[in-house]
Design a protein around this ligand. Sequence first.
Ligand SMILES: *[C@@H]1O[C@H](CO)[C@@H](O)[C@H](O)[C@H]1NC(C)=O
Length: 366
Amino acid sequence: MATSVWLITITLLFAVSAPVNACPPSDRAALLAFKAALHEPYLGIFNSWTGNDCCNKWYGVTCDTITKRVADINLRGESEDPIFQKTHRPGYMTGSISPAICKLERLSSIIIADWKGISGIIPPCISSLPFLRILDLIGNQISGEIPSDIGKLNRLTVLNLADNKLTGRIPRSLADLSSLKHLDLRNNFISGTIPQNFGKLRMMSRALLSGNRIYGPIPETISYIYRLSDLDLSLNRLTGPIPESLGKMAVLGTLNLDGNMLTGKLPATLINSRISILNLSRNAIEGNIPDVFGPRSYFMMIDLSYNKLKGSIPKSISSASYIGHLDLSHNHLCGAIPAATWFDHLEASSFMYNDCLCGKPLKACS
Ligand SMILES: *[C@@H]1O[C@H](CO)[C@@H](O)[C@H](O)[C@H]1NC(C)=O
């Protein structure tokens, strides 16, 4: 009994007297090492990184209010912040991301975005930051590979590495990111295949892999990601057929597979799905357009141009509830273009360069 009273008293005394109002010197030292590896010539954002308390008005740094550990690094090169208005130019920064950042073991977000000139690699030790939720390095010159054990970040919800110079493959462990909602790897030099286990990413709603060198088939397992609403695999080197199961996904609304080397037929499931933006342009899709349009077909945009589609435009297309933009050009279609109310706004270019299409808006059939 007496011991526990003492324990409580000691704990209270400690809580009151501990210097919890400033950032720990180790966090401050890590931030200064991080700053030392970067060079920001125009705005002077790092001028505010002085004094002992890194939680107090250091530009882009936020600390946990209770522990005073650094929780967020938020440095955006394009922002509405007044500091940008003085110079009338977007941010520019060179240098690299120091591994010292990994000493900030309470970090929950790292946003170092749109600085255009930051190069070097993603420090592999980043995958040992257990509280990391957001890693956003979009719009720099970062090279090297995605850390192979990235999958250890089990709280990560946003991984945005778009518009950089990353090479190598999508690591297998990426599929272990069980909280991941938003994956953006667009416009890098990533090669290799989409990992077979990709379908394990059950929380993911946006997967954007466009503009890389990814080859091989689209894994069927992608269709297990039942929250997926936006899938962009365009401008890669994917081969093989389009999995039919993509058209049966509960919330998939945007499917961009354009600019690959996909073959096989156009799955009928895609025509009668939740998908409202469908770009399959510039592939090698063959066979007929399935005659399964119906009231469930609602397309803001459907682009099937530059494929090997043949036969006629299916009659059922007039029963689609809406088609905003349609492009069937550069195929081998033939026969009369069906009449439909929403065809009135379509131009001839939507149907040009086929074998023998005719009727409005092309020349009348003879
Ligand atoms: C579909 O993809 C092609 C090829 O990448 C692109 O040129 C075209 O603009 C896209 N279509 C629409 C309507 O955005």
